[in-house]
Write a protein that binds this ligand. Structure first.
Ligand code: BT5
Length: 248
């Protein structure tokens, strides 16, 4: 394998040179009762984004999905998306990248001062459970690490392009340590998220199934929803309802 795994991670590692989607492999492990395991692949041949979108995941990136069984209700699950985003941005910043968070699930690098950005990483959270209890939760994290942005979709950037290659083993170790830290100390997620947010203070347009919302992104709630102040009201948008968010 291109990455070696004697990782001292807070999760056990299920490594694959190539896999369809680490999230799908993680679902299999979760269905078998797995917990506290991170599925890691050098390459994904069918990487998944949100809402059935595709995620490009050639060899050289960091593609990882962490299975946990948190004692939470489904309503708290979006906090884990924010936790993964904070962990990813923090780890990328350690690697010398000016990583910021675009609500709800993107880690981006700003280009200039007008709100433009390139996407460095994305998070796909999946879960299963009952209305009052989560059975398992998967935080899928994809980071364009040692890749040329040219081989990625338009609008993407990579750690290589921003700051040079990283030791992926070390990067994954730090990423998993940070995710473990935030998921066990959930109260620190939103305050840290606010510090790293690119979205807060921006005038944004959010597309939702219920229609678009245009206004100022002023805050995130304790459960990770975005508060948008329009001309005449405050609208709280949950991550699950957000199809697209863009600065306008
Ligand atoms: C996401 O979706 O940003 C979530 C991506 C999660 C990927 C990880 S990798 C490990 C785990 N296993 C999986 O199968 N998935 C997770 P979304 O917000 O829907 O963004 C998807 C859009 O980003 C696409 O429609 C493209 O426009 C763009 N895109 C695709 N691949 C990209 C890449 N490598 N870098 C930047 N942008 C990309």
């Amino acid at each position: 394998p291109a990455v070696e795994f004697g990782l001292e991670a807070p999760f056990s590692i299920d490594y694959h040179d190539s896999v369809g989607s680490t999230n799908d492999r993680a679902r299999e492990l979760a269905a078998e009762g797995g917990a506290d395991v991170a599925v890691l692949a050098d390459e994904q041949t069918g990487g998944k984004g949100r809402l059935e979108r595709e995620w490009s995941a050639p060899a050289g990136g960091v593609w990882v999905s962490v299975v946990t069984r948190p004692s939470i209700t489904p309503a708290q699950a979006p906090l884990y998306t924010l936790a993964a985003a904070v962990a990813t941005a923090t780890t990328a910043r350690e690697a010398g990248v000016d990583a910021r968070i675009k609500w709800p699930n993107d880690v981006v690098v700003p280009v200039g001062d007008d709100g433009a950005y390139r996407k460095l990483a994305g998070i796909l959270t999946e879960m299963e459970g009952q209305p009052d209890r989560v059975d398992w939760l998967i935080a899928g994290i994809g980071v364009n690490a040692n890749l040329d942005a040219e081989e990625l979709p338009e609008g993407a950037t990579s750690i290589r392009d921003e700051a040079g290659d990283v030791d992926r083993r070390r990067f994954v170790q730090r990423l998993l340590e940070e995710y473990d830290r935030y998921r066990t100390d959930l109260d620190t997620v939103v305050p840290t998220w606010r510090e790293l947010a690119l979205t807060l203070g921006q005038h944004v347009r959010v597309d939702r199934p219920a229609g678009e919302v245009v206004g100022d992104a002023i805050d995130v709630t304790e459960s990770g929803a975005l508060v948008v102040e329009t001309d005449d009201e405050r609208v709280t948008v949950s991550a699950g309802d957000c199809e697209h968010l863009r600065p306008v």
